[in-house]
Design a protein around this ligand. Structure first.
Ligand code: PEP
Ligand code: MG
Length: 925
């Protein structure tokens, strides 16, 4: 009975709510908020953390957040407010006015608000914000009287017209900036803060005239109308090009939408005891535990993040306002402990009073992510107290592993400027990320995209970057700006990618019109090559040597944790002893693919390979093949030794033979020339023979032609030689006391008959070597599954194969019917039109190709319960694909040596999310 009574009110409340429609607005003020971090999907990152901070007692200005559900309804209705939304906004606005003790647009004590965007995933600067809303010709006078600060009131008003004009009315910001520059010049003001009140008053009048001229309407004076328009504009900014580009780059859903937070303004532009800043609880570039940030005195938040003024380091706040600095330090500690993550905090100081406007987990470089995660484990930040010590340690390590985005490890594997290099820098800016970059200077972001598509490395140089440039920044190797600080959006975004980025290089004067920049006495024109030393912020003319990365102690530690946890093991695709050694350095536990054709190239070998292909008689061919054998054997000895004691999978020759002959067009040209001139008869005859052979071998569609095991079946002496070389090398290595485990892999198998024939041939040749040498070496014979048919008849193929390795490059090609070589012609269009979610050759298509993999594994293991299964296509290094491989029960993934750490981390994360260890079952390395 008591239970029923207790439940009744809430049921009534929710029934009422659903009759009225969904709750669209969440209020927060004075230590109490509706909602919390848990409502990120609904309130967006900014809104949910404002609620969370309010509840934590952090000083946050009061306000309310309009949900993403409201955005969805607005969007579905053709950008119209859903029923009930506006009245809910008005109700919450009245509550806010009550709490603030002032009214929006009031002629005496006007409340001003900010209207801010906030999606569930942080998209720094990609959507719009309107500040100082509520000002009009009357309330500006009231604000001036109330604050006894005329300059401040008019500064707010000119800022409001600018931002409202740009964001809501669609007038380019530059037009307002030009007005400001003119007024500044006229008033002889050095900085924005020096412009006196009368000049600002004049600026407002001119700005309003600009609005009237551009829109044909006066600047809107009605504050509620201003609010409605601003909310809609922020909703719409979800579809701004920069936001769409950012989501495409980060593969974020277009359907999430943005929430909108409306907050009482606090003013950083109220004089020298006011200001605004951004701070990080740890260094976002290196991960070092030091309080890091920037501050601008007498300014509003947009001045810092937009990179318009280059701010002072946070230490200047300590100097100017020690009490505020201490308070801010305590808050950042509290927030970091609460969120158990590095925080990026926006704050404003109004006449000595500190307010926090936003907190979010800070974007960081890959190196910082690793260092922060490892150090937070050591600091006990991830400890869950009720757990016993061993379980607590394990859990903390898992938390750390989940904190690092696998793809961000790429950045740790980037090159930096050779410390031995001697050079003179032409300019120096602030280093936002440690990566170095070399490329041709471009000034136009669109051109950067174009050139990058042609695989030309470029450095994008801008006076200041705006989020509009995001696609160009992404395409460039590096970004250089003459203005802006380390917390400008350019720096924050580039840091998230680990991209080389030097900002605020004051000596760099960009002359976009003439496509050049000046730095001191140097003039650098578009197309000239420069190097950016990301670690120091230096700009250097020409190309400097870059060196490969060295692994930090934290990186090694994290890699060790990942490796210990992962049940899907990681191997490397390596074709040389040097690659194998590199792969071991990154803890690869085997080679998943040696492409033996790469060993056929090289000055000494290619003539022999050509003799082999040109041979008319089998006898001649065998002779050439026998000459290749010692080279192959030496290569295998090197690889086995470098990878010992781990297994090495060697694939027999795959590509069509004409790939080893000179290009037909070149042969034909030379042949025709000699023919016409009637000279060099010997060469002429030789070319004639090559031409004839090329014509005989050439295929309309070589990818689907005479390659893979088809080649081995029609030219058995080639595969026999390769098997002999592998086994002789293995016996030699075993004789030296080194553990060796060759796995001989047949490529492109499609039928059981192919598998059986090639396997019998392989085993005969291998056995012969073992008998001859008398050495015992354990070897196995398996196949690649890269033809869809092979996946479908995997149960039968497994009767003749000891392992499967999914060749997802070919499997993707043949499942989609997209040529690996020609997809570039239509892929960009497909991606833009969202006909494909990603390049299927980079990110495994789990729905289609993945289904074939699933079927292949299931059927293969029906025949052999413990069949060893791996992947060796390019997808083996892609985090989402690795997770898929884990889920479908692969024993290992194999990828290029530099991707190995990424794959380990992705495999560990997959194990944390879907533990396989507990499920038991034998697993191979
Ligand atoms: C594959 O097809 O996935 C594969 C690894 O082989 P290759 O790329 O050499 O065709
Ligand atoms: Mg293949």
């Amino acid at each position: 009975m008591a239970q029923t009574a207790a439940r009744t009110p809430s049921r009534t409340k929710s029934a009422k709510r659903s009759a009225r429609g969904p709750k669209y607005v969440y209020f927060f003020a004075n230590g109490k908020a509706e909602g919390s971090s848990a409502l990120r999907h609904l309130l967006g990152g900014k809104g949910c953390e404002l609620a969370e901070m309010t509840n934590l007692g952090v000083p946050v200005p009061p306000g309310f957040t309009i949900t993403t559900r409201a955005w969805a309804a607005y969007n579905a209705a053709g950008r119209k407010h859903p029923p009930g939304l506006w009245s809910e906004v008005e109700r919450n606005l009245s509550r806010l006015e009550g709490v603030a003790g002032s009214r929006l647009g009031d002629a005496e004590r006007p409340l001003l608000v900010s209207v801010r965007s906030g999606a569930r995933a942080s998209m720094p600067g990609m959507m719009d914000t309107v500040l100082n809303l509520g000002l009009n010709d009357r309330s500006v006078e009231g604000l001036a009287r109330w604050t006894r600060n005329e300059r401040f009131a008019w500064d707010c008003y000119r800022r409001f017209i600018t931002i409202f004009g740009a964001v809501v009315l669609g007038i380019e910001r530059r037009a307002f900036d030009e007005l400001l520059e003119r007024v500044k010049a006229k008033a002889g003001a050095k900085t924005d803060a020096d412009v006196p009140a009368p000049a600002l008053r004049e600026l407002v009048a001119e700005s309003k005239r600009l609005v009237q001229a551009r829109t044909g309407q006066p600047f809107p004076q009605e504050p509620k109308e201003q609010l409605r328009l601003a909310i809609n504009a922020v909703f719409d900014s979800w579809f701004a090009k920069k936001a769409v580009d950012y989501r495409r780059i980060h593969r974020l859903s277009d359907d999430w939408g943005t929430a909108v937070s409306v907050m009482a303004m606090v003013f950083g532009n109220l004089g020298d005891s006011s200001g605004t800043g951004v701070c990080f609880s740890r260094d976002p570039s290196s991960g070092e535990k030091r309080f890091f940030g920037e501050f601008l005195v007498n300014a509003q938040g947009e001045d810092v993040v937009a990179g318009i003024r280059t701010p002072e380091p946070l230490e200047s706040l300590e100097h100017r306002m020690p009490k505020v600095y201490r308070q801010l330090t305590a808050i950042k500690d509290k927030l970091e402990r609460h969120y158990r993550d590095m925080q990026d905090i926006e704050f404003t100081v109004q006449e000595g009073r500190l307010c926090i406007l936003q907190t979010r987990s800070g974007k960081r470089t890959g190196a910082a992510a690793v260092r922060i995660a490892v150090e937070m484990v050591k600091e006990g930040l991830f400890d869950e107290k009720p757990l016993k010590p061993a379980a607590r340690r394990e859990k903390a390590r898992q938390t750390a592993l989940l904190r690092v985005e696998p793809a961000s490890l790429h950045q740790l594997l980037v090159k930096t400027v050779d410390p031995e290099a001697k050079y003179t820098a032409i300019a120096r800016g602030l280093p936002a990320t440690p990566a170095a970059a070399v490329g041709k200077v471009v000034f136009d972001p669109e051109k950067a995209v174009e050139m990058a598509l042609r695989e030309e490395p470029v450095i994008l140089v801008r006076a200041e970057t705006s989020p509009e440039d995001v696609a160009g920044m992404h395409a460039a190797q590096g970004v250089l700006t003459s203005r802006g600080g380390l917390t400008s959006h350019a720096a924050v975004v580039a840091r998230g990618w680990g991209k080389c980025c030097v900002v605020g290089a004051g000596d760099v004067v960009v002359d976009e019109e003439n496509h050049l920049f000046r730095a001191g006495r140097s003039v650098v024109r578009e197309g000239q090559v420069i190097t950016l030393n990301g670690a120091t912020g230096e700009v250097i003319l020409g190309t400097l040597p870059l060196v490969p990365p060295t692994l930090s102690a934290e990186f090694k530690e994290l890699l060790g944790w990942a490796q210990a946890l992962a049940t899907t093991k990681v191997r490397a695709n390596a074709d040389t002893p040097a690659d194998a050694a590199k792969a071991r350095e990154f803890e690869a536990v085997g080679i998943g693919l040696v492409r033996t054709e790469h060993m056929f190239f090289g000055d000494q070998r290619i003539p022999i390979v050509r003799d082999m292909i040109m041979a008319k008689e089998e006898q001649d061919r065998r002779k050439a093949v026998d000459r290749l054998l010692p080279f192959q054997r030496e290569d295998f000895i090197g690889i086995f030794t470098a990878m010992a004691p781990y297994p090495v999978t060697i694939r027999l020759l795959d590509p069509p033979l004409h790939e080893f002959l000179p290009k037909y067009k070149e042969v034909l040209e030379e042949y025709t020339r000699l023919d016409a001139l009637g000279i060099n008869p010997a060469r002429h005859q030789e070319l004639g023979a090559i031409k004839a052979r090329l014509e005989a071998l050439i295929e309309a569609n070589p990818m689907l032609g005479h390659r893979g095991c088809r080649l081995g079946i029609t030219f058995p002496e080639v595969y026999e030689m390769q098997v002999r070389a592998i086994m002789e090398a293995a016996c030699e290595v075993a004789r030296r006391g080194i553990t060796v485990e060759p796995e001989i892999m047949i490529p492109l198998t499609g039928t059981v008959a192919e598998m059986k024939l090639t396997r019998d041939m392989t085993m005969r040749a291998a056995q012969q070597v073992l008998t001859e040498t008398g050495v015992k070496v354990h070897y196995s014979v398996g196949t690649m599954i890269e033809v869809p048919r092979a996946a479908l008849v995997a149960d039968k193929i497994a009767e003749h194969a000891e392992f499967f390795s999914f060749g997802t490059n070919d499997l993707t090609q043949m499942t989609f019917g997209y040529s690996r070589d020609d997809i570039g012609k239509f892929l960009p269009f497909y991606l833009e039109k969202k006909l494909l979610p990603a390049d299927p050759f980079a990110v495994l298509d789990q729905e289609g190709v993945g289904e074939l993999i699933r079927i292949g594994i299931e059927r293969g293991r029906k025949t052999q319960r413990h069949l060893k299964v791996g992947i060796c296509g390019e997808h083996g290094g892609d985090p989402s694909s690795v997770e898929f491989c884990h889920r479908v029960g692969m024993d290992y993934v194999s990828c290029s040596p530099f991707m190995v750490p990424i794959a380990w981390l992705a495999a560990a994360q997959a194990e944390i999310k879907e533990p396989r260890r507990a499920a038991g079952g034998k697993r191979h390395a």
